[in-house]
Structures are given as structure tokens and as C-alpha cells.
Design a protein around this ligand. Structure first.
Ligand code: ZN
Length: 146
């Protein structure tokens, strides 16, 4: 049994029970299981300890992918005054070059490598909603252990 997605609105989760199946019925909508695989591959590109990705999609169409990373401007890594490097969350990364038009009726799936818990932080959730993605189209990995 695979536990994957949960709808932000705390609806009863539905699970993909067969890894080979192309579609899982999740939170009342059909999501392409290939998005999950893409999310895992994308998260593994992250240089950070908690490897995260975010995929924006509409139906079977992938609109953009992103992952969390350190902040660089050119080749220079940017740090705060106390030396802590700044990081860009996967959700901010994926939204950065999407137009409002592209985001219309789109969904976002936020994933942590290994299918671990990946609920967006409040700052990212606010960005997602402000960008025009509807609350019931925000999904993330790993909330439920089955
Ligand atoms: Zn965040």
C-alpha cells in the first residue's frame, strides 16, 4: 500500500494501491501517477538535506517543476549577516517563472524525497494561493502512514 497525496482541505485521503497503475484517485480528482515519479526525480536534484520538489500541472500536462536550493546570484552564494545561507523553497522556485495565465486551473504537488511529509510552510502556501492556484488543488506527499 502506497500513501501519497492528501488534499489540503482534509478530505478523506484516497491511496494509490498499485505502483504500476497510471492513475490514482486522490482527493476527488484523478492525478497521473507519473507526476509522483517526476516529483521524486526532481527532488533528488536538490543539494539540500531535506530534498523537496514542487510540480505544477494541469491534467496530464506538466507546466513547471522546481526544487529547493541555496540562493546564488551569479556564482556567489548569498548568506545572511550571521552567515546562514539563504534557501529557496521548492514552491517558490516552481512559481518563479510561471505566468498567471499558466497557473489558471493548475494544481501543485509538493514532494519530499522518499515520499516524506511535505506540507508547504505558511509562507509558501500564501504564495501559492496568491499566484492563483486554488486551495483544493494543493497536494503534498507523506501525510499519512498506512
Ligand atoms: Zn516554504
Amino acid at each position: 500500500m502506497l500513501k501519497l497525496w492528501r488534499n489540503y482541505c482534509n478530505e478523506t485521503p484516497n491511496y494509490v494501491s498499485n505502483l504500476q497503475s497510471r492513475y490514482g484517485r486522490i482527493g476527488g480528482i484523478i492525478i497521473n501517477y507519473q507526476i509522483f515519479q517526476l516529483a521524486e526525480r526532481t527532488a533528488l536534484k536538490s543539494p539540500m538535506n531535506q530534498q523537496m520538489s514542487a510540480i505544477i500541472f494541469r491534467g496530464d500536462e506538466i507546466i513547471n517543476t522546481g526544487f529547493n536550493r541555496w540562493l546564488y546570484i551569479g556564482r556567489r552564494q548569498i548568506r545572511s549577516r550571521n552567515g546562514t545561507p539563504y534557501s529557496i523553497h521548492a514552491e517558490a522556485d516552481v512559481l518563479e517563472d510561471c505566468s498567471r495565465k499558466e497557473l489558471r486551473n493548475a494544481s501543485i504537488y509538493v514532494h519530499r524525497a522518499g515520499n516524506k511529509f511535505a506540507r508547504p510552510c505558511n509562507c509558501c502556501m500564501a504564495r501559492i494561493l496568491r499566484a492563483g492556484i486554488m486551495e483544493d488543488r494543493v497536494f503534498w506527499s507523506g501525510e499519512n502512514d498506512v
